[in-house]
Ligand binder design. Sequence first.
Ligand code: MGP
Length: 232
Amino acid sequence: MVEEVEKSSSVTEEPIMTNNPQADDDDDGEAPEEGEIVSDDDTSSSAKPTAPLAVESHPLEHSWTFWFDNPSAKSKQAAWGSSIRPIYTFSTVEGFWSLYNNIHLPSKLAVGADLHCFKNKIEPKWEDPVCANGGRWTVAFAKSKSDTSWLYTLLAMIGEQFDNGDEICGAVVNVRSRQERIGLWTKNAANEMAQVSIGRQWKEFLDYNEGIGFIFHDDAKLDRNPKNRYTV
Ligand code: MGP
């Protein structure tokens, strides 16, 4: 049994969950599956039940929370962000995979959806005090082409691959009708050295060779199409 994933108290909708629950219940009495460990003396069907094998869990440096903004819950009248909900929090490698394996990839999400993975306790909003002076790098992908980069972004973040990992708030994938965009949110937009380092490393992790731009949240608040402050 992998470490139990901490479930948020406010789970309301499941359009991001696949119908692919983890096959954790191994004691089905059937032939072992490939890779399943069977003890040598487990030769009779009347073998006594044994204590479950303890599976090591590998703690991450930080806890992370997935948030989801369901397009069908978004309303033109409601304030921006009022339909964003925390979905799950995880704090181990095993917790990440059991969650990742059960939520849709960006290519399977409905147009208009936003899926966020942020350090626990940081809300994926400009208004969050940790994000307030921050900004974001963005990479745009053709429709259904962001799945691999989304995974690599998540692994780089939760695996603390960035030299300036403390600067990172989280990442979001925006699914839109013509494209998908991944945004990497950081804390101190004015710290150019840290932002540029993060942007360069992110491109390496994604094997992305085109230019990308960094926008300050303060600029985005004033202008729907803000200018890039940094490019790498
Ligand atoms: P967006 O989501 O960055 O652009 O911001 P997108 O995806 O091109 O737009 P969409 O219409 O396709 O979703 C779009 C707008 O949402 C901004 O201009 C803001 O009005 C609002 N908005 C976005 N964010 C991330 C925030 C936020 O964190 N706080 C607030 N208050 N508004 C936001």
